[in-house]
Design a protein around this ligand. Structure first.
Ligand SMILES: Cc1ncc(COP(=O)(O)O)c(C=O)c1O
Length: 458
């Protein structure tokens, strides 16, 4: 193959792609293996790849690879293509924008798209108070900026984070993240003034939300001191840490404590935002209005965009020039976000996320009754997970989790894993996926999970 030439495969993705799973080679196929060899010679191994099937086109719930295989996408590029790949409104908006101009830098000569996205964020985020937003590129950048804003607003330094948290891979967000390997190991020293407290993890601690919150608050008050806390940073449903849904009342109690302590409550909705959990933002399930929200991933249908949105008086604490970046709120990404928001609202995707939960969760719960390795089934909307344990000891079983994920991959179903202990299978289908495809994927997953029960019985 020409080392620089295009690879085979459909050139048009989007919802028009045939929506069925079809394997025409083993996975990865020969063209993917060729690309893998090139990748190994050119790409740093620190940027790892879960499943080296190289994509040629994608849309709806399907990924088509360079060998012509059609795989079911239960990952959405880690919760990004919530509305589906190459969604028509995103393509339209981006094409129009790319023909007009690609970049000027909002900090130099601004443009309307940036303002329009900030207006939408003010409308869509919880709370009717006066809000402001600032746009960035990645989730980590949004979280870092939220912390900067909280610190300058309060004049305090300490940041409270939780067990199992994941907030990114930059220096500050590595410090905010809990899991050592692979995210932090060897990359220190890390930023100071970060304090980790216990999360509510109902499957493991069995505590009601208010009790779990009291346990965390006790640690904050005794080890940090309320008056030193600039920000409390919480994922309303934890993502990489294991799709942990805190017990009811936990998020609200932590937010209430933050308000009473004069600390800024930051919701990291990078993974949970934009309809993923069956609400525009997951905090809504808890009736919580955060002071600041960090958003990214699903915001722009696959283009890199992130945002911090929050109370005007907090956001306006940062002086002119203190926030921003060359590419933050790039015109193409803003155009994509406007297309993505239009799609979520026009296509009723919040309701679709709830319908996916209603279809998938009972099926996973039924499986739990027959597969002893399933310790817990949880999640909201189209953010669902299965936690696997060793049935004999109840301990996390990462090896079984990897085995199930591999079986799914080989059969053409892209599932992801997560969790501090690597023992959680997570499902993040695009909301554009059809029920037939979802059922097919669930059948494959069920077979892979049942093979564990079979293995245990043998
Ligand atoms: C909750 C949460 N915060 C922050 C991040 C970091 O986002 P990014 O990878 O865009 O920097 C992620 C990424 O998975 C995330 O899930």
């Amino acid at each position: 193959m020409d080392a620089t030439g295009p690879v085979a495969g459909p050139v048009v993705g989007g919802p028009g792609l045939p929506q069925r799973r079809q394997l025409v080679t083993e996975l990865p196929g020969p063209r993917s293996r060729e690309l893998l060899a090139r990748r190994e010679a050119a790409v740093a191994r620190g940027v790892s790849t879960m499943f080296p099937v190289f994509v040629a086109a994608a849309g709806g719930g399907i990924l088509v690879d360079v060998d012509g295989n059609a795989l079911i996408d239960l990952g959405s590029g880690i919760a990004v293509t919530t509305i589906g790949n190459s969604a028509p409104a995103v393509v339209d908006h981006v094409v129009r924008q790319v023909q007009a101009f690609t970049h000027t830098c909002f900090m130099i000569t601004p443009y309307e798209g940036y303002i329009a996205v900030c207006e939408q964020l003010a409308r869509l985020t919880p709370g009717s108070h006066d809000k402001r937003s600032a746009l960035f590129n990645s989730g980590a950048e949004a979280v870092e900026n939220a912390v900067k804003i909280a610190r300058i607003h309060t004049g305090r330094q300490a940041v409270v984070v939780f067990d199992h948290a994941y907030h990114g891979r930059t220096n500050l967000t590595m410090a905010l993240t809990a899991k050592n390997h692979p995210y932090k190991n060897g990359f220190g020293p890390f930023a100071p003034e970060i304090y980790r407290v216990p999360l509510s993890y109902p499957f493991r601690d069995g505590l009601p939300g208010p009790e779990a919150a009291a346990r965390a608050i006790q640690v904050i008050e005794s080890q940090i001191g309320a008056r030193n806390v600039a920000a409390v940073l919480l994922e309303p449903i934890q993502g990489e840490g294991g799709f942990i849904v805190p017990a009811e009342g936990f998020v609200a109690a932590i937010a209430a404590w933050s308000a009473a302590a004069g600390a800024v409550f930051i919701a990291d909705e990078v993974q949970t935002g934009f309809a993923r959990t069956g609400a525009m933002f997951a905090c809504e399930h808890e009736g919580v209005v955060p002071d600041l929200i960090a958003a990214a991933k699903g915001i722009a249908g696959g283009l890199p965009l992130s945002a911090v949105t929050g109370r005007a008086e907090i956001m306006e604490s940062a002086h002119p020039g203190g926030l921003g970046g060359t590419y933050g709120g790039n015109p193409l990404a803003c155009a994509a976000a406007l297309g993505a928001i239009e799609t979520i609202e026009r296509d009723g995707l919040i309701e679709r996320a709830r319908a996916i939960e209603a279809r998938v969760l009972p099926r996973l719960r039924a499986l739990a009754a027959t597969v002893p390795a399933i310790g817990d089934v949880r999640g909201r909307g189209a953010m669902l997970a299965v936690e696997l344990v060793d049935p004999a000891t109840g301990r996390p079983d990462a090896a079984a989790t990897t085995a199930v994920a591999r079986r799914c991959h080989t059969a053409g179903v892209v599932v992801l894993t997560c969790g501090t202990d690597g023992n959680v299978l997570r499902l993040l289908p695009p909301l554009a996926i059809g029920d037939d495809l979802l059922d097919d994927a669930l059948g494959v997953l069920a077979g892979a999970l049942e093979s564990l029960a079979g293995a245990a019985a043998r």
